[in-house]
Design a protein. Sequence first.
Length: 272
Amino acid sequence: MRLDESLVLNNGIKMPVLGLGVYKSGENTKQAVLDALEAGYRHIDVASVYGNENEVGQAIRESGIPREEIFVTTKLWNDDMRAGIQKEAFEKSLERLQMDYVDLYLLHWPVAEHYLPSWHILENLNREGRAKSIGVSNFQMGHLMDLMAHATVVPVVNQIECHPYLSQQPLCSFCRKTGIQVTAWAPLGRAKVFEDAVIKGLAEKYGQTPAQVILRWELQRGIIVIPKSVHRERIIENSKIFDFELVPEDMAVMDGLNKDQRFGPSPDTFDF
Ligand code: NAD
């Protein structure tokens, strides 16, 4: 696998398996995206609520890399679903990104009573070609079943919290069966799992860092990863995951670390 390795989504479009996340990257966003693109990343994960779509757009333009070579994901925020201003919110995201399309537009959270009507609006944006692909985030199995019972377009992606302490095996299997690609947010467990003795041991065994072992484990599970960092050396470190492979026994060891432990809010109880 190479750094710009892609998986094919259920609509035939390719999505790079490694992206840079920019949640809370703040004033460092532009430089982080430039560093990532220089390191070979071709996929950036942003959201309107992160407040830095502008900087992402600026960095992509300044990089000189053709727009079509970079996969950009952004997301429709919860309040915009509730307010019924989905279309306007999408236009504003495009304006801030200074782009005429996004590669992937996601419903950020399964806002009760609002995710279905919002999905139909995304389906229209998809038909118009301005959201090349559409998907969801933080959807549990029940949300996905409900959505698919009413949708004409099956989501290409479900972006969920996923790391060694929250392996999400049942949801991942369900997504695989229904043709929905899983993307892991907080793939590094927000840096709270690096001290795990098992992960440290595997890092030593493979001559890699804990972050690299974790990301490699996710990739070998067929999951797309979007680790966040604003530090050039870590951005590069997180991209060096294509030249080693965990053997099946070590994959099983990593699978065994699951404790169903979330570092972020639960999709069943979130209140924002
Ligand atoms: P993450 O697991 O990517 O952890 C990020 C933290 O890990 C950074 O703050 C940094 O301190 C540390 N880190 C990164 N690389 C490291 C390295 N090599 N060595 C040591 N420390 C390192 O957590 P995240 O930022 O929450 O998630 C990643 C991305 O997922 C976000 O930036 C965002 O794009 C997306 N996200 C989506 C949702 C959603 O609801 N869809 C929610 C949260 C995040």
